[in-house]
Ligand binder design. Structure first.
Ligand code: ATP
Length: 472
């Protein structure tokens, strides 16, 4: 079935994409539209992945601009629109869940607001009588395919310990770091390993947004007891992106009690967060302090060697031979996070498959030219150093020197903190660029600047001035 909204969307995409791209990826999509949802169907999981990475933002943007009154959810599925209709009617029939469950396994609801968060596959959801998910673990995320490097070593080691001794080693385990760095991957790896050792364990993974949605549903349906019992009866609760709880008082209250209950019973809790939890505004102090009871570990952006290793490993898993020089080229250019690195690799592989061309350096330069151009426009550490030095009327060589007088250390800390904020370089890379300093020095500088900004209007003003100069 094809709605007029979808037809408009197709027209727009056709005008924006090349003929091959449109015919290969967009034309085969089937659509089923209801009042609340636009469900898109693609022939296989790879196709779904590709649509999500390359086109979903654009489709979502277009649909919400064109029809913002309905706030349509856009979901992606493997399969055919007509089979899904059968699935949907099965879903309504509580005695016949198999088709609905099969569809649920490959479905990821996406709305303009929650698109990033629900992007993650949750293939392992069991069907069941409960209104709540049974485990939602993605079996693709394991320790075996998690590439270790300096940036994630500690987090990985802690996660492995927790998987071996759930509820005992570190409870809670809190993993924090920027987007796409492997926090969710590690969390699922723990869940999968616990299940391998103890298949009867009740492990639940969910995004914090889902926790809140389930709570709201339970409040509406007068089923809070079932909600509480469900989450308090698990052996391990893995909850992603806790920063989402900021300023959501009722959800925090509920989570606080669930958390206490589980920890008291030595049930494992694992939490991820996109920043150091103490820095989340709108998160209650009692939660922040409890999160610190166990172990808090950071994941940093991977360094060059780790990025190369990740690319080689991902290519290997897709049975693709990736020349080392190509991996090196991509890893050098794409530094932001692993998700983008993986996206670039997928794009290279798909392009090579379409065109039948070999993956050479020239081929990759061409296939990724827009990504590379965007990357080249990013602010460089060099530029930050020059701007900060000139602002404080010192020399760049002072910033790189060992001098420790305040007139030099403050600007140096400011420059490091701006480098962390405005570039995709990892802490070790920033440290290197500042006269070979350790990554902990950079971390300290970032925290110090945050602290000083709160204490001193002058520093706050310097920071804003520099940020403005660098961002224009
Ligand atoms: N060290 C690694 N080895 C292999 N794959 C990795 C590694 N780190 C990240 N990835 C891959 O990168 C992608 C993004 O990782 P993940 O979803 O775990 O990031 P995240 O930190 O949870 O991000 P977000 O904050 O956006 O939720 C996944 O496909 C994951 O498998």
């Amino acid at each position: 079935m094809s709605s007029s909204l979808w037809r408009d969307c197709l027209q727009r995409l056709q005008s924006e994409l090349s003929v091959t791209e449109f015919n290969t990826w967009i034309k085969p999509l089937q659509v089923r539209e209801t009042d609340k949802e636009m469900a898109l169907f693609a022939p296989n999981p790879f196709f779904v992945d590709w649509i999500r990475q390359q086109y979903l933002d654009r489709i979502t943007e277009f649909v919400s601009a064109k029809d913002n009154s309905r706030n349509l959810h856009i979901s992606l599925h493997v399969g055919h629109a007509d089979i899904a209709s059968q699935g949907a009617s099965n879903e309504a029939n509580s005695d016949n869940r198999s088709s609905a469950a099969a569809i649920a396994q490959t479905s990821q609801a996406v709305s303009p607001a929650n698109h990033r968060n629900f992007n993650k596959p949750t293939y392992n959801a069991h069907s069941g009588s409960s209104a709540f998910p049974q485990n939602n673990l993605n079996t693709k995320f394991t320790f075996n395919n998690f590439v270790e490097g300096k940036s994630n070593q500690l987090a990985r080691a802690a996660a492995e310990q927790v998987a071996e001794n759930p509820g005992v080693s570190y409870n809670p385990l809190l993993i924090y770091g920027g987007v796409g760095l492997g926090k969710t991957h590690l969390m699922h790896s723990v869940g999968n390993l616990i299940l391998k050792d103890k298949p009867d364990s009740k492990i639940v993974y969910l995004h914090s947004e889902r926790f809140m949605a389930n709570m709201v549903k339970a409040l509406q349906n007068n089923s809070m007891d079932a909600f509480k019992n469900y989450y308090r009866s698990v052996d391990a609760l893995l909850i992603d992106d806790i920063q989402f709880f900021a300023n959501k008082g009722r959800t925090q209250e509920e989570f606080f009690h669930t958390f206490n209950n589980l920890i008291e019973k030595n049930k494992q809790v694992i939490i991820t967060c996109d920043r150091y939890p103490k820095e989340i505004e709108g998160l209650e102090e009692r939660l922040k302090s409890r999160f610190g009871w166990g172990l808090t570990v950071a994941i940093e952006p991977p360094d060059l060697e780790t990025r190369v290793a990740i690319l080689m490993s991902k290519a290997n898993h897709s049975n693709v031979e990736l020349p080392h020089e190509v991996a090196f080229f991509i890893a050098k250019r794409i530094r932001s996070n692993v998700r983008e690195l993986e996206g670039a690799l997928k794009r290279v592989i798909a392009n090579a498959q379409f065109t039948g061309r070999a993956i050479t350096l020239d081929f990759v330069k061409d296939a990724l030219k827009d990504l590379i151009a965007a990357q080249d426009k990013l602010i460089s550490i060099d530029n930050i150093q020059k701007t900060v030095a000139s602002y404080y009327k010192i020399k760049v060589s002072d910033l790189l020197s060992k001098r420790r007088s305040r007139s030099i250390t403050r600007p140096r800390q400011m420059a490091m903190s701006l480098a962390k904020k405005l570039t995709n370089h990892s802490l070790p890379e920033i440290g290197d660029a500042f006269g070979g300093r350790d990554h902990t020095t950079v971390l300290h500088a970032c925290r110090k600047v945050e602290e000083l900004k709160n204490e001193s209007v002058d520093i706050e003003e310097d920071y804003s001035n520099l940020l403005r100069t660098l961002s224009t």
